[in-house]
Design a protein around this ligand. Structure first.
Ligand code: DP6
Length: 358
């Protein structure tokens, strides 16, 4: 649908969204040109770790030559984030008729500290994509929050960062075409097509911060290492099979199967990096120590608790709400092996929210 940017008020068209981070249970690791994933992935959207982004679009002095961007992160000019956002906006200009005609003022901030070891690209890119789509919806006179709105926001977020496309929905989401997931697409994520077993409805994620430093390998380098990787084909097949089996476990509430698949995915992700050329060891000695402690605790108590890892050393401890008391003792004993005893409490969240712009 075409629309005119001439009607943009002098004060600008604002949009403000809060969007969460997510943690993958079936990992996206390896991609094709155009941000197309080599395999389908599945994640839970978090609740407490989120980005709030406010965008205001005003008419450019020379319409057609934009977008011009002014970006502030937590009130400060941030050159490295600005350059990533400029590259992103250039790559998506063709998807929004209004972008060449506007100046964008973007302000963003996270609910979690930069040194928390939480990837901010998923929450940041999804919040920005939602704002850009909300401005378009205003110009078109459309509602935000329709299924088509989220589909486009997810697809735009994907261009910024693959995993970000899974953050536009709450609960459990799937990105990448998979025969067991109706409507699934390589271009955008979809919410899980069934209600998971109640065991998973309040799933907790306690993030054990072993090392808060920046990632040793950027995601783009990591994905690139899967090109020509000797185990690439079997890894992509394994992910597809793990996703099929995880769907069954999510439906039936089979914790044992859930836990073994989730841990297999985390360790397979790290195994790919160990076997890459050049290789990367992204775990910290304490990561291994904690994994062994989790395994011991589980054997002793039979508690429903398991772990997953991102492309880094920090551990996401996953457990159902009903296990919270028992797992609290495990967490206390593991703090010793964390950086400054740091842990972040999170759980499956409801997804992005549009905020009133101030
Ligand atoms: C290990 O989404 O950060 O977290 O598309 O290059 O931005 P880009 O990569 P990114 O990769 C995430 C990798 C992962 C697994 C996952 O989230 O599925």
């Amino acid at each position: 649908m075409t629309y005119s940017t001439k009607d943009i008020p002098a004060t600008g068209l604002p949009a403000c969204w809060k969007s969460p981070s997510n943690i993958a249970l079936i990992k996206y690791w390896g991609k094709l040109d155009g941000q197309i994933p080599a395999n389908a992935s599945l994640s839970i959207t978090l609740g407490n770790a989120y980005t709030v982004t406010r965008v205001s679009a005003s008419l450019h002095d020379t319409p057609g030559s934009g977008p011009e961007v002014e970006f502030r992160f937590e009130g400060e000019v941030n050159l490295s984030f600005s350059s990533r956002i400029n590259t992103f906006l250039k790559s998506i200009t063709g998807h929004f008729q209004y972008l060449p005609d506007v100046k964008l003022s973007i302000e963003s901030g996270n609910s979690f500290p930069h040194s928390a070891g939480i990837a901010s690209s998923a929450s940041g890119m999804s919040a920005l994509a939602l704002c850009l789509c909300a401005i378009e919806a205003q110009l078109q006179g459309n509602e935000t929050g329709t299924p088509g709105f989220y589909e486009k926001a997810s697809s735009i977020a994907r261009i910024g960062s693959g995993s970000a496309c899974r953050s536009v929905y709450g609960g459990i989401t799937v990105w990448g075409k998979h025969s067991d997931v109706p409507g699934s697409s390589d271009e955008y994520a979809v919410p899980l097509h069934f209600d998971p077993h109640p065991l998973f409805s309040g799933l907790r994620d306690t993030i054990l911060i072993v090392d808060p430093d920046e990632k040793k390998v950027s995601s783009s380098v990591g994905h690139g290492l899967m090109k020509g990787h000797p185990f690439a084909a079997s890894r992509f097949a394994q992910a597809a099979k793990n996703l099929s089996e995880l769907l069954v476990a999510l439906k039936s509430g089979n914790w044992q199967v859930f836990a073994s698949l989730v841990e297999n995915e985390a360790l397979s992700l790290h195994a790919m990096m160990l076997a890459s050329d050049p290789w990367f060891i992204l775990m910290h000695p304490n990561t291994l120590l904690i994994i062994n402690k989790i395994e011991e605790f589980r054997k002793q108590t039979g508690a429903k608790v398991c772990f997953t890892l991102d492309a880094g050393p920090n551990i996401h401890l996953l457990y159902p709400e009903e296990e919270a008391n028992r797992v609290a003792t495990l967490i206390e004993s593991l703090k010793l092996y964390c950086f400054n005893e740091k842990v972040i409490e999170d759980s499956v969240g409801e997804g992005p929210k549009q905020l009133t712009c101030r």
